[in-house]
Design a binder for this molecule. Structure first.
Ligand SMILES: NC(=O)c1ccc[n+]([C@@H]2O[C@H](COP(=O)([O-])OP(=O)(O)OC[C@H]3O[C@@H](n4cnc5c(N)ncnc54)[C@H](O)[C@@H]3O)[C@@H](O)[C@H]2O)c1
Ligand SMILES: N[C@@H](CCO)C(=O)O
Ligand code: NA
Length: 889
């Protein structure tokens, strides 16, 4: 009889009696020939023939329960008795999960809460135990008799854990096993001590005890709850053979046979198995070497065709990038096998690539979960993740990096079309034992480039020079070149290969981050435009800017995908550094309490050494000439510069031209809107005119907020010195108000606009009318100047009343005369109805007369000084930068 038959549903209690019937020759079961190979619920691979038909099942739970007692199992027929397929779920718990008796209990609870019909649980040794065991071997073979004390510690540790976790008979039998194991270990170690040497299998024998004990403890802990559970010494089952240094391959056929045999003897619903250990085909204990317990779980998962293998650990899953480097790294919900493979190859801490192989062939998903945060769903690694939604971002799953690499570039025309060159190169590399991480070959076949760890490159290069000495001498090879200091950035995503535009996006991001790509092999920041910010000069403007950043950061992140991270603040005496971002709600306090002595070179190094953020900007909020003299170097380092400081753009012409040339030739930006008219759009308006082909004829205006305020308010009610003090108090003046009163500040702005318009003028080309009384020009400080200023109030009162008598007002104006290629700065008198006479507060007014705006000039007017508007202008430049780096605008 063939085909699907309904097996009788029997309860556990009935199994024995039915089994007895069978043994007694009852006929009920003997005629069954049940082909389960098509039964999905049973995993599709169990075939039961008539000859071995003594077979019972607990249909309600789909348990295939071999009536072991009744059947004598033929080696070749054991196939019958191991159920396989969806009813199995495999769990693996690492050393940390098994670290304490409490944790072992939590592991037991997790296992019990899994409602799968059958569970196979792979465990590592309790944390640190494997190291303790290796140390025993090491001590014994180096004839250090403290191995005995160390062995005692191992014993104590497990005894204490067991006493915490177990009681009664379970505790007694575990302890008796522990005692007996420790005695054999003592004998083994003493043999090693005497020999002064441990063979690999001796060592593996000793080390494997950690897993034997942890598995037994867990199985007792599970049994305590009444669940049927037995423990498995995987050395009885898992057969492996060496496949390379520190690497083994499983013998699936033999392991499966042995598993079936084991299972036929102990068919429990829950099996706790030892991870890491195995045996050779000759039954000699061995281990899975570096692939460890994850590998055990994957192999056993494959042997039983498990529904799923869950690897329990202490993180929520696999991150999209190293969270220490990329703060917006997220836990990936799914990954394909290939993606996980690529990621782990490129250094991400996922799973050892080999771990994935056993489950891949049967499409068994691996789920990585956090045993300390059960509510987190974890990351599922499976064949084809379901949640791919087709957009560009989603097709890139993750980023991984390998640092400290060197590229070796072998180049020459003699390579093209010459078979065997690349195999010759790589056999040389193999001979020196170097590990090739990535290979890329020019399509012209003129060069082969590969990456090896930096510490291995000298040997590789030397060996290549020896091997190719003749080719190099004959010119068939032109060079063997080494490029140190490289990193590989791996961008991983299964659908990348089939999605147009991904590589463009990647290379664009790299270019914007000023990263030079040396080699590419098919194998950034997509989510947010992240900008690391360094603030120099947290005075009035810098401090206000920091507060504005603090208030707006969340909105920018949420609405515009821009993440501005201040990673450094330096004043003239102290500086505050952070790798990931300073808490701006308390920057002042931190700068007071946690700062270190200011050092601009170190500050800049902190910025450029930061590899967490690809885009960096230094914001110079000082009025310092020496700070401004560094912009060129910073841009050269790929650090963007933003400033309200006028010193660089109004400094020596040759330096200015060099700076602008560099800026234009690079992807590094330099913005300085707030240098003229504070937050008013002056520079951007001018650029807009020029870039669209308009021609500047004349720019004329009131460029000083301070002087505007002074003359707007010096109307006979207060003294001149009082009004100056008000302007200073209001934050309109330069740190030294003489820079304003002397006309220098206005002259600087005229120079900035003139140069922006293409004129090549020096500051000294602009004659200024200084309002600083000659006698006060030499005051040693701004304070002294302010103190002495009142003695000149009378002179000023006189000037003002003369103008008033003529129906005029005083205004300090600047002019860029593009037609005659010159600039002017003057104190002029204007009629009361002139637009320049209508201003109030710190207003600036700037009139652009151009080819297009000829009859009526384009006029920009508004407050041209003050903390909020100026910081706002600087902030605006930061967003302009973010936007040119790819942020939405
Ligand atoms: N106040 C305004 O309305 C306004 C408008 C436009 C532009 N600006 C420009 O903004 C800049 C700052 O002006 P402010 O009013 O904030 O001045 P401020 O004196 O209040 O602040 C300057 C800060 O820079 C610090 N500093 C000076 N030299 C330094 C150095 N070498 N390294 C590190 N820190 C240093 C000072 O200690 C101070 O904290 C100036 O260049 C000014 O021209 C100001
Ligand atoms: N001190 C400057 C600040 C703006 O550059 C002014 O008064 O205009
Ligand atoms: Na401006």
């Amino acid at each position: 009889m063939t085909g699907r038959v309904a097996l009788p549903v029997v309860h556990r209690a009935m199994v024995a009696s039915l089994a007895t019937n069978i043994r007694q020759g009852g006929t009920s079961a003997q005629c069954w020939k049940y082909d389960l190979s098509q039964d999905r619920s049973l995993g599709g691979s169990v075939r039961i023939g008539q000859s071995q038909g003594s077979f019972l099942t607990h249909r309600s739970t789909n348990l295939l329960r071999p009536a072991a007692a009744a059947i004598s199992v033929e080696q070749d027929d054991v196939n019958t008795y191991l159920p396989k397929g969806d009813m199995w779920s495999v769990h693996k718990f690492g050393g940390t999960c098994m670290g304490t008796p409490q944790r072992i209990q939590s592991v037991a609870d997790i296992v019990l809460s899994d409602s799968s019909e059958r569970k196979l649980v792979i465990v590592s040794a309790m944390s640190k135990v494997t190291d303790m065991m290796y140390n025993l071997v090491h001590k014994a073979q180096s004839r250090d008799d403290s191995y005995m004390i160390a062995l005692e510690e191992v014993f104590e540790k497990h005894m204490a854990a067991a006493k915490d976790l177990l009681d009664g008979e379970d505790l007694a039998s575990f302890l008796s096993q522990l005692h007996s194991d420790v005695s054999s270990l003592r004998a083994m170690l003493s043999a090693i001590y005497i020999a002064g040497h441990a063979t690999e299998s001796f060592s593996d024998f000793v080390v494997g005890h950690g897993e034997l004990w942890s598995a037994q403890m867990l199985s007792y802990a599970i049994k305590k709850s009444g669940a049927p559970c037995s423990w498995m010494d995987t050395r009885e089952v898992l057969v492996v053979k060496p496949s390379g240094p520190n690497q083994v391959d499983p013998d699936y056929l033999e392991s499966e046979k042995r598993l079936q045999k084991w299972f036929s003897r102990q068919p429990a619903e829950i099996i706790v198995a030892t991870g890491f250990i195995a045996s050779t085909a000759e039954n000699i204990p061995t281990t899975l070497k570096r692939d460890g317990s994850d590998f055990s779980a994957a192999i056993i998962g494959s042997l039983v065709r498990a529904r799923q293998v869950t690897i329990w650990t202490d993180v929520d899953g696999v991150f999209s990038a190293d969270p220490r480097k990329v703060s917006e790294a997220v836990i990936l919900s799914t990954l394909s096998y290939q993606e996980a493979w690529e990621m782990s190859y490129f250094g991400a801490n996922v799973l050892h690539p080999r771990t994935i192989i056993p489950v891949m062939k049967d499409n068994i998903p691996i789920v990585i979960r956090n045993m300390f945060n059960i509510s987190a769903p974890g990351t599922m690694i499976c064949r084809q993740p379901a949640n791919d939604n087709g957009d560009l971002d989603a097709c890139v799953k993750s980023f991984a990096t390998i640092d400290n690499l060197a590229l070796v570039n072998v180049e020459g025309t003699g390579m093209a079309g010459v078979p065997g060159t690349s195999s010759a190169i790589f056999s040389v590399v193999k001979d020196v034992g170097a590990n090739v991480i990535m290979i890329s070959q020019a399509s012209s076949e003129h060069s082969i480039c590969f990456a090896v760890p930096e510490k291995e490159v000298a040997a590789v290069s030397a060996a290549l020079h020896v091997r190719f000495r003749e080719a190099l001498a004959a010119g068939r090879l032109s060079k063997v070149e080494v490029i140190n200091g490289c990193s590989i950035l791996a961008v991983v995503g299964l659908r990348m290969a089939s999605t147009p535009g991904v590589s463009a996006m990647l290379f664009d991001a790299l270019a914007k981050a000023n990263i030079n790509v040396r080699a590419i092999a098919q194998g950034f920041f997509l989510s947010k435009t992240t900008l690391a910010v360094g603030i120099i000069g947290p005075g009035l403007i810098g401090g206000t800017l920091l507060n504005q950043l603090k208030d707006q950061a969340a909105v920018l992140k949420e609405n515009m995908n821009i993440d501005l991270r201040v990673i450094g603040i330096t004043g003239s005496s102290t500086m505050l550094l952070s790798d990931t971002g300073i808490d701006l709600t308390q920057w002042k306090e931190l700068l007071r309490k946690e700062a270190e002595p200011a050092d601009l070179a170190n500050f800049v190094r902190h910025m450029s050494d930061n590899h967490v953020f690809p885009n960096k900007v230094l914001v110079d909020c000082t009025a310092d000439t020496s700070v401004a003299s560094h912009y060129y170097d910073w841009l050269k380092k790929g650090i963007h510069v933003i400033t309200p400081n006028k010193k660089a753009n109004s400094g020596p012409l040759d330096r200015y031209l060099k700076l602008r040339t560099l800026q234009r030739a690079s992807y590094t930006h330099y913005f300085y809107e707030a240098t003229v008219g504070a937050g008013l759009p002056i520079i951007s308006t001018l650029r807009g005119l020029l870039e669209t082909g308009d021609k500047i004829l004349r720019i004329e205006g009131i460029f000083s907020g301070t002087l505007s305020y002074i003359f707007n308010n010096f109307e006979g009610t207060r003294t001149f010195s009082n009004v100056v003090a008000e302007a200073k108090e209001a934050g309109y003046t330069e740190p030294d108000p003489r820079d304003d009163l002397s006309g220098t500040d206005v002259a600087r702005k005229v120079i900035i606009l003139a140069r922006e318009s293409g004129l090549t003028l020096e500051l000294s080309d602009i004659p200024v009318k200084s309002l600083v009384p000659e006698a006060l020009a030499s005051c040693s400080s701004a304070d002294e100047f302010m103190q002495k200023l009142p003695s000149f109030d009378e002179d000023w009162a006189k000037q003002r009343s003369e103008a008033e008598a003529a129906g005029e007002v005083l205004r300090y104006v600047g002019v860029v005369d593009a037609v005659n290629q010159k600039g002017q700065v003057e104190l002029r008198r204007y009629k009361r109805d002139h637009p320049f006479a209508q201003l109030s507060g710190s207003d600036n007014i700037i009139a652009f007369t151009t080819s297009r705006y000829k009859e009526q000039p384009l006029i920009v007017r508004g407050p041209g000084a003050g903390a909020e508007v100026t910081a706002g202008g600087v902030f605006c430049d930061m967003l302009r930068l973010a936007s040119s780096l790819g942020a939405p605008s």
